[in-house]
Design a protein around this ligand. Sequence first.
Ligand SMILES: Nc1ncnc2c1ncn2[C@@H]1O[C@H](COP(=O)(O)OP(=O)(O)OP(=O)(O)O)[C@@H](O)[C@H]1O
Ligand SMILES: O=C(O)C1=C[C@@H](O)[C@@H](O)[C@H](O)C1
Length: 292
Amino acid sequence: MALPTIVPGRTVPACPNLSLSPNSRRPRHPSHSIHASHHKFQDAAFRQQIRTIHQSRQNHQQWPILKAIVKELDATVSDPDLLTQEVEALAAEVTQLLDGANLYFVGMMGSGKSTVGKIVAAALGYPYLDIDAIIVETAGCTVAQIFADQGEQAFRDLESQVLQDLGARKGVVVSTGGGAVMRDQNWGHMSQGIVIWLKGAPELLTKRALSDGTQSRPLLSQSSDQGDDAYTALLAKVTGILDKRQHLYRQSDLHIPLERSPGDPSDCGATPAAVAYRVLKSLEEHLKKGAI
Ligand SMILES: Nc1ncnc2c1ncn2[C@@H]1O[C@H](COP(=O)(O)OP(=O)(O)OP(=O)(O)O)[C@@H](O)[C@H]1O
Ligand SMILES: O=C(O)C1=C[C@@H](O)[C@@H](O)[C@H](O)C1
């Protein structure tokens, strides 16, 4: 069977859920070390919404998603040190004030949107949703593959569609992709809830990206330098991207610093629990001001 065309002149590569074959199999995303919760599959309306991804696409032909599966990650935090008593106590109060508003985490790659988002979700008792993970599940291939095969704009279209669809949910914590702030239409959805910027210095973000490896982050992965040069090259990239986006991240409702000791170049950042606490504290203040 001929593979469907997505972008004129290009064919769908090895993305199983983008294939027309009814036998396509969806690979597991390697980073999914926590279990999916299954009640999401019963949410027919939401599932239907996700199925409509791409139907409004204007510039591309249909992107036939046969298995549009939403990944709602189990927000169980396995490390007891992450969900401290202080975090839980504060969260109990914030839950009342939130009254079902959605929380959207934004920030650069490596700022901890997933790590901190899961802790905050678990503390609040909210479902946790990760836009990148939803896209990976839906497309059946990695973000890096989508960038390589379809191009960044196709990825951005998916990202916008997923954000739009998530807007129908209430009382969820969403970690967005690092570039979600670049489209006005995404802000239209996110600003219905509370947007939280995890704000880290380029040096801190670069250290994390180096330690994670950059293969899964296509905007950072082209560097072939090694050792000190790898750090310098990556720092330049991270700084360049942050410079372009800073004014957008700044539009967020809350700005949460990630540093443990600001100004110290060897700073490895505050712990995830400490950042989660800062988020909740800042949320409490924001909500008590009657900001929502
Ligand atoms: N507060 C923290 N202290 C130390 N390490 C952290 C902290 N938060 C996150 N990390 C680590 O930094 C890396 C990036 O974190 P995470 O994947 O949560 O970031 P992200 O913002 O979701 O990134 P991306 O947008 O690229 O998916 C991971 O290795 C994670 O374990
Ligand atoms: O900062 C970005 O533009 C991106 C961040 C990741 O979360 C992914 O959404 C993708 O790699 C793009």
